[in-house]
Design a binder for this molecule. Structure first.
Ligand code: TIU
Length: 226
């Protein structure tokens, strides 16, 4: 069990996956899509250190690790026109930015930040939407790995993290959102976004800090190994 809000989270390294949502240069670096929407990208930087520590522990425990990326085909055939028009950004999806074409697969800006590059054997899910299920094989991977619980991290809390957790909850997965490993451009949305997950008795998930998750992984790993 991981100490969590609103109640202890059932946890087993064999059936739990670490999901890292969209830790991409386009969202985290100045000059990317996030900044083109008018956001303060430095709000997201604080996630990197804690998430790297949690990722290291999950790797050591041999857990299933899944990295997602939001982005589109170079011809934008998988980008709804409504999404392209949305938000009046200074640069639109597909435009040339500082890190290549914004949110286009294969471009430098679309890829993961250097600190959180996937290791061999970890899954990468390229998604066209905010949720990890829509238009992807995410659920196929979870079923193949016999996953029942998700530890969810990444950016942004109220957008892609929430969408993915809500979709996963409806499909029967228990989801724990790691409070210091998810980030928002808006401090208020970060606070309320986390409260929304665990309110009403855990209406669509659980919330805990990485220290609680790492403590449980480390002690379980010792038990399994011993
Ligand atoms: N803009 C914003 O807050 N987020 C996104 O568009 N994508 C994700 O949250 N990954």
């Amino acid at each position: 069990m991981i100490p969590a809000q609103p109640s202890p989270f059932p946890f087993d390294v064999e059936t739990t996956a670490l999901v890292i949502i969209d830790m991409q240069r386009d969202f985290l670096l100045p000059g990317g899509f996030g900044e083109s929407l008018g956001n303060d990208v430095y709000q997201l930087r604080k996630v990197v250190g804690p998430l790297r520590g949690l990722l290291d522990d999950c790797r050591a425990a041999g857990m299933t690790i899944i990295h997602t990326r939001e982005g589109h085909r170079p011809d934008l055939s998988d980008c709804p026109p409504a999404k392209l028009r949305r938000g009046n950004p200074s640069q639109r999806i597909g435009d040339s930015g500082r890190f290549g074409r914004i949110l286009i697969r294969g471009e430098y800006g679309h890829d993961f930040i250097d600190e959180l590059q996937p290791a061999r054997g970890e899954y990468i899910v390229d998604k066209p939407g905010k949720g990890a299920f829509y238009g992807t094989d995410f659920e196929t991977i979870l079923e193949a790995e016999r996953i029942e619980q998700l530890i969810v991290t990444g950016v942004t809390t109220e957008v892609c993290v929430h969408t993915t957790v809500r979709e996963a909850n409806d499909r029967g997965y228990d989801c724990l959102v790691v409070s210091d490993c998810v980030g928002s451009y808006f401090p208020e949305f970060q606070r309320v976004g986390l409260e929304m997950v665990a309110a009403q008795g855990g209406i669509f998930g659980w919330v805990a800090p990485s220290s609680a998750v790492r403590g449980a992984i480390t002690s379980e790993f010792v038990e399994v190994a011993g």
